[in-house]
Design a protein around this ligand. Structure first.
Ligand SMILES: [Zn+2]
Length: 205
């Protein structure tokens, strides 16, 4: 089952009673980029939540919302917002209420490897749209164990997903996203590279 329609404050409050709801990703979208959210068009900031139905352990998944809806779920669940991924080095006039801090801010202390993974998944969000089920386990891991490096096998699994879905490297995806966007940050994934090299895997990052 997918997550129920979440329009309305009291509706969201009831949903946080019936579901365990956890914010797992927070991405600033590219200028003009829009995604379809559960109850509103997602502009500027895209939040991804994981959910688990408290009365049905098989009913789990992800849903995606804009800032307005996300603020309610974060407040009602009492959970911490994930770090904001900002792909740009500077912020245009379109998004004045977001602080102009490049990169990942916020309180979650992602270790260096996990920060590379979080950035990679955030870039995939910009390229593919909000994260889908195959990426859930990585996002859940990062939000649960931000400061404990993801396992080599999970890094290889994500590497496989990137290669299989795109047939391109993440660096190639970034180059395409950066066309016409001179203030797109540069991204490096040195720790991922070391792990893939140690296992003699092709590097899709
Ligand atoms: Zn919503």
């Amino acid at each position: 089952m997918s997550f129920p329609q979440c329009r309305g404050k009291s509706n969201r409050m009831n949903l946080t009673k019936a579901y365990d709801v956890t914010p797992v990703a927070h991405v600033m979208l590219l200028p003009g980029q829009k995604f379809e959210g559960c109850c509103e068009v997602i502009e500027t900031e895209c939040y991804t939540f994981s959910y688990a139905n408290k009365s049905d352990p098989n009913d789990v998944g992800l849903f995606h919302v804009g800032k307005h809806c996300a603020d309610d779920f974060i407040n009602f669940s009492g959970k911490e917002a994930p770090p904001l991924f900002n792909p740009l080095t500077s912020i245009g006039a379109r998004v004045p209420r977001v602080p102009g801090i490049p990169g990942i801010g916020g309180v979650n202390q992602l270790c260096a490897l996990n920060k590379e993974i979080y950035e990679a998944i955030s870039i995939l969000t910009l390229a593919w749209g909000p994260p889908k089920a195959p990426l859930q386990k990585f996002l859940t891991y990062l939000s649960t164990y931000p400061s404990t490096s993801m396992s080599d096998s999970d890094v290889q699994h994500l590497n496989n997903i990137i290669g299989k879905v795109t047939g391109r490297t993440l660096t190639g995806i970034i180059a395409q996203l950066g066309q016409g966007l001179p203030n797109l940050r540069t991204f490096n994934f040195p720790r991922v590279g070391i792990i893939l090299a140690a296992h003699a895997k092709p590097n899709n990052f």
